[in-house]
Design a protein around this ligand. Structure first.
Ligand code: MSP
Length: 506
């Protein structure tokens, strides 16, 4: 649990297309962390769009628009997808904003002052799709060596600015060796360590013949990846010596897809060190969503539209599915049938029915009023689990945390089946019935709290049905203590279930 300001970032997304489910995955994970830490202290979630680069310029040209007009027309979709999934960001940065460009130039000057920037000639290859410089020796059959890309590369011969990345190799190696947990999962850590051991080239950080980017003094624009990485500190007003920066840097966690780990865990720390700043505390390179094992791509026509899938299943069901289906570091396949199984099973049968039948019994036997508090064997179990779930979220073990929460859903359902409230009622065992009903309602209050970072709308729904005001947001250490629900609370069960069943299309 955190008692200091917690800073979490997503990559800034290339604005060139529409958001897909893979982008939502990273943003939702970041949102879970931010919501959890906001409840327990304070948090800042940054996301945004990466709007420069050759790829964007080319796409705009194809649409017959200026790059700025083109990105302006697209950015609303990227903000709308956050709203649709309740990704509650504290700032959404666009790299075309003046605040960002101004600070990028300031950073460039500071890097120059540190003696790590020099003029040189770049003669080599460039992949526009990945916006990456490649050495001749790295190409595969003369094409981009990234297995996800493999596109044609373009020959560049330009006078450009370079960053002395190679100078930081030893420090990077030491950093990796001293802090094995700084980059997770282990596979990503091992891969990057091997890259470092293989040697580092200096990095070209300008594009003299382009004009869509952050203009640099003396001509040309900043290399789009440096421009993009800097968003993590320009959003905090680093270049303007802002208070946000002092509060939130270094970031506690930077989330990235595994394909862009290298930029974030080799180039980025070196740039920060050159500026005299600390590296982020942790980078997590999460796995990829595939479609039946295949890459999601426009050409294969298998891209999952996150707006459409949320309309059919509800954003919370998708949030749950994404984080429950696989450990955060692993690839997993997205399939509608699997989503439906989770939705109808874990969410509908387990959680939804628990809420429904608990509140229905309270209505039947006690006119919907929460009975007196009573000690419960489940209480201690809940409190212990609350701490465990917090620790699991801290470790980005989202799936583990959801499994732990579901242990309690199962325990409460089992209690109903075992204690059979209808029999207690028939026997006239009122004290036992009161105890059971309090146990169930307090269990629901507890569950609403624990699921709130994962499924905010569902948590609000349970909260409202319990007759509670507002939404669950208090600190876990005080809220996840047994007995928080006030006796006498008038519950307000809703006729409609939380997760009505969704059948496969005929
Ligand atoms: N603009 C760069 C990042 C710059 S950050 C300084 C970029 N953008 S991107 O639009 O391609 O989005 C990349 C991020 O989206 C990935 O790192 C990952 O977080 C997410 N994903 C994109 N496709 C994905 C899947 N198929 N599965 C899971 N996440 C994926 O790279």
């Amino acid at each position: 649990m955190s008692d200091r300001a917690f800073y979490v970032t997503t990559p800034i997304y290339y604005i060139s297309g529409s958001p897909h489910i893979g982008h939502v995955y990273t943003s939702v994970a970041a949102d879970v962390l931010a919501r959890y830490h906001r409840a327990n202290g304070s948090a800042f979630l940054l996301t945004g769009t990466d709007e420069h680069g050759q790829k964007v310029a080319a796409a705009a040209a194809q649409a017959g628009m200026s790059p700025q007009a083109w990105t302006d027309s697209l950015v609303t979709k990227w903000q709308a997808i956050c709203a649709r999934y309740e990704v509650r960001y504290d700032d959404f940065i666009r790299t075309t904003e003046p605040r960002h460009a101004r600070q990028c130039v300031e950073v460039f000057e500071r890097l120059k002052q540190s003696g790590d920037v020099y003029l040189g000639k770049y003669a080599g290859w460039y992949c526009t799709n990945d916006e990456t410089f490649w050495l001749e020796s790295k190409l595969v059959d003369g094409r981009c060596p990234n297995p996800e890309c493999g596109r044609e590369v373009q020959w560049l011969s330009e006078d450009n600015w370079f960053f002395a990345l190679s100078k930081y190799r030893d420090r990077l190696l030491a950093h990796y060796r001293e802090r094995p947990g700084w980059l997770r999962p282990e596979r990503a850590y091992n891969e990057m360590l091997a890259t470092l051991e293989g040697g580092l080239e200096d990095l070209c950080i300008s594009r003299v013949n382009l004009d869509w980017g952050v203009p640099l003094p003396g001509g040309g624009v900043m290399y789009v990846w440096l421009d993009a990485l800097l968003n993590y500190i320009t959003a905090l007003d680093y270049g303007d010596d802002g208070a946000l920066f002092r509060t939130f840097w270094p970031a506690n966690v930077q989330l990235v897809g595994k394909e862009i780990a290298r930029f974030h865990t080799i180039i980025w720390p070196a740039v920060l060190w050159s500026l005299g700043l600390p590296a982020p505390q942790r980078v997590f390179a999460h796995g990829w969503i595939t479609i039946e094992g295949q890459k999601m791509s426009k050409s294969l026509g298998n891209v999952i539209d996150p707006f459409e899938i949320a309309d059919r299943f509800g954003a919370d069901s998708i949030r749950y599915f994404l984080l429950r289906e696989a450990p955060f570091g692993s690839d997993f396949s997205f399939g509608e049938e699997k989503v439906r199984l989770r939705r109808n099973g874990d969410l509908g049968n387990d959680l939804g029915n628990l809420v429904k039948r608990s509140l229905a019994m309270l209505t039947r036997y006690r006119d919907g009023r929460v009975p007196a508090r009573s000690p419960s064997a489940l209480g201690t179990r809940f409190e212990t689990l609350g701490r465990r779930i917090g620790a699991q979220i801290d470790e980005l073990g989202f799936r583990d945390a959801l499994e732990s929460i579901w242990e309690l859903v199962t325990a409460l359902n089992r209690t109903i089946d075992e204690k059979k409230p209808w029999e207690l009622h028939k026997r006239g065992d009122e004290p036992a019935l009161d105890a059971l009903l309090y146990e169930l309602c307090e269990g629901l209050r507890w569950l609403a709290h624990a699921i709130a970072p994962f499924m905010p709308a569902t948590a609000r729904g349970i909260w409202a049905q319990l007759g509670l005001e507002g939404e669950p947001h208090g600190a876990w250490a005080t809220e996840l203590v047994w007995g928080g629900l006030e006796p006498g609370t008038q519950t307000k069960p809703s006729a409609e279930g939380l997760f009505p069943r969704i059948d496969a299309p005929a």
